[in-house]
Ligand binder design. Sequence first.
Ligand code: PMT
Length: 480
Amino acid sequence: MAPANNVDLTAIMTALGGRQALQDLLGVGASAISNYVARGTVPTHVRSKLYGALTARGYQVRLDDLAILCAPDAPATAPAKPMVLLIIGGGIAAYKALETARQMQRLGLDVTGVMTKSAAQFITPLSVAALTNQKCYDDLFSLTDEAEMGHIRLARSADLVLVMPATANLMARAAAGIADDLATTILLATTAPVLMAPAMNPAMWTHPATSANLTILQQRGVHMIGPTEGDTACGEIGSGRMSEPADIAAAAYQLAVKRPRLLAGKTAIVTAGPTVEPIDSVRFIANHSSGKQGYAVAAALAAHGAAVTLISGPVNLPPPAQVNRISVQTAEQMLAATQAALPADIAVCAAAVADWRVAGSRHAKLKKPDRDTAEPIQLSLCENPDILASIAQSDQRPELVIGFAAETEDLQENAVAKRQRKQCDWIIANQVGGAADPVFGSDMNHIMLIGETTVENWPRMLKTELADRLAERIAEELSK
Ligand code: PMT
C-alpha cells in the first residue's frame, strides 16, 4: 500500500485516458510524468489539476491522496439536478462561497465553481473542487478545459449563474459587456438567469459608478441579493456587506429550479411600493416601502405564467421580466390605474398606500413662517381611497383578492379585523417597524397568511421565496 498522501499516478493515468492525455493535461513532457510515478507524489498545483480532471469526468476522488473511490457510472435513470455555475469574485467574502456551495448542494443543486484570478488570492480552486465534487474552472485559455467542456458550453449548461462576491470591478465589467476572463465571458455567453450577491466597501457601493452599473444590470434582468447593512471587512459600517450564505443559497434555489406554469391563462394585478402624497410642489408624505415584496409577487406570478399588471409607486427597482408595469405617484393615481386594469383573476395589494393626503396641497412651495410672529404651519389631511377595499367590493371583483397588513402591534388581531373590514379573501400580516428585523427594504419577510377560517404562520424567508410560495398557493386555490 502506498504511504499516506502518496499518489497512485498509474491508476489516475488510466482513468484520464493514458500517458499522452496526462502529459497534455499537465502541459509537461514524458520525463516529468516518469518522475512523478517514480516519486509517488506530485506538486500541489498538479494535484489540483488532477483532482479537477477526475471529478469533471465523474470519478469520486479522495482529496488527500487522489485515490479513485468510485467510477463514473451513475445510473442512467438518475434525474439531472439543476446546475448552478458559481462564479467566485476576488473579495474577502469569497470564503463564504464555500459555505454557500454546501448549502446549495443540500437543497439538491449541483454546483460547478468558476474563479476569477483575484478570487484565487482568497481561496483555492482545490477547495472549491473538493467541496463541489466538480472541476473548478479558472482559465479562459486553458486548452484542457476547452477540450473537456468549452466556455460556451459551460455557460449554457447552467440553470443559474451565481456571482458571489459580486465585487465593484466584476459588476462594472459585466455591465460594460467586457469579456476578458472566463467569469465575464460566461456572464456574456449565458442564457440562464444571473444572480449577483454584491459585497464591497460602503463608499464603493454608494458610488455613482456602481449605482449606474447596478441599474444597467438590473435593467437587463440580473437578479440581486443584498448587500446588507453592517460591519464590512474594511472596518467601515454601512451598506456593502454580502448577504448570508443561507439566504444566497435559498435565492439561488428559487431561480435555478424551473417551475411549472401553474397560472398560465390567468391575469393578475399587483400593487407595490409606497405612494407619495404632495404637500406642495417640492415636499411630500411617503413611507419606507422599497417595493421588493410587491415586485417579488409580480415576478413570481409571471414566472408561473400569469399575465401581470404591476401598479407601482416610486421605487428603485426595474420592472420584473414579463410584467407590465404602470408607474404612479399618489393613491388616487394608483386607484385609477388599478380600476383600469380590471377585470383580472387575481389581485395582490402589497403597496404601502398612504392613508391620508394633504387636503388642498399647493403648487407653490410653502414659505417658512416668521419664527417670532407667525403660528406654526398646520397641515390638514384627508382620507385617501382604499384601493384594496374598492377592488374587493367591485362588481368586477377578481376571484381571489389578497391584501397585506403592515402592523406594529397585535399583528394577528389587527390583520384579522382588516381582512374583514376590507373584504379580501386572504390577508398577509407582517410586523413592520422592528429595528432588529425590518420588513421595509429588507430581502426577508415573516408573515401570517390569514383566510376566513385559517391562520398559517410561515417561517421567516426571502421575499422572493415567500412570493413563490404564494403563487403556488394561489394556483392551488384557483384550481379548486
Ligand atoms: O416594499 P417592501 O420594502 O418590500 O415592504 C413590504 C411591505 C411592508 C410594504 C408589504 O409587505 C406590506 O405589508 N404592504 C402593505 C402595507 C400597508 O399599507 O399595509 P396597511 O395595513 O396599511 O394596508 C392594508 C392593505 O390595504 C394593504 O394591502 C394595502 O395595500 C391596502 N391599502 C391600504 C390603504 C389604502 N388607502 N389603500 C389600500 O389599498
